[in-house]
Design a protein around this ligand. Sequence first.
Ligand code: ATP
Ligand code: ZN
Length: 301
Amino acid sequence: MIASQAELTQQLLNSGLWISSKVNGVFGWGQGFETVISALDSRITQFSEADAATSINFPPILDRSILTRTGYLHSFPELCGSVHSFCGSEHEHQALLTAVEGDADWSPHVKQTDVALTPAVCYPLYPTLSGTLPEDGVLYSLSSYVFRHEPSLDPARLQAFRMRENVRLGNQAQVVAWRQLWMDRALSLLTSLELDVELDIATDPFFGRGGKMMKANQKQDEGKFEILCPITSAEEPTAIASFNYHQSKFSSVFEILLADGELAHSACIGFGLERCALALFSTHGMALETWPAAVRQELGL
Ligand code: ATP
Ligand code: ZN
């Protein structure tokens, strides 16, 4: 029997794999959980290294103009994490403290800063690539914490989590073939971990009425695939990895060109590391030492 969302959360907390905070979707991770996250990360790194992908680590904040220029606030306004800070005088500080001490809303006393929380690891990459790419395009391996404002009781729906991405820019044929290569690799990796996975076409959670049209277009263009795995429900399996083809969406905003002067195409593939680890714990149990030997061997545990 598959554990419910509440049961799985309780099992993770009881076994010290997760540490509770008072906020839904925000947890600390114990050592056993981190061991699995690192093992998954290393396994993905092996593929990135075989591709000679350039590795970059960005912090979990980015220039907020990247979000406005790429239409993030149009598509996903409810997920966005703006960063605000106090910028006032000593007099204004008193007003802030009065609000804080009265347990009142202190947002009128802070101002928006130049940064926002990173919603997906590939966003900070694109502006660094403005200009003309080398003949064969480029390949990157990225990793960061990301933020999504989606408080939930589902242990697989976190507000802060680690996303491990690989990104390819090149011509259409190169980018589409590369995404297919990663779908094949990811399926074979996750199957070797004895997870019950399936690949399916998917859409991003575009906001509002306009979002319906965007979802329909994305589906028609086969813009997104996901690998799904039952974590707390067999009927509604959870997306643990995503494979996105953006056509020239990002390269047109940041003027990223191919050697022949055409706009580059881009794709990114992302593993949600906590969701992959959760899939393993929910499938094989809370005690690493009782996991199937082949799974532990595959992860080097
Ligand atoms: P969903 O459809 O579940 O909301 P998404 O389409 O927004 O996910 P992507 O933007 O493709 O997800 O994110 C890449 C990967 O990050 C997903 O495949 C998933 O593994 C992971 N992920 C997405 N949202 C969350 C979340 N709230 N908590 C934990 N992991 C997540
Ligand atoms: Zn991406």
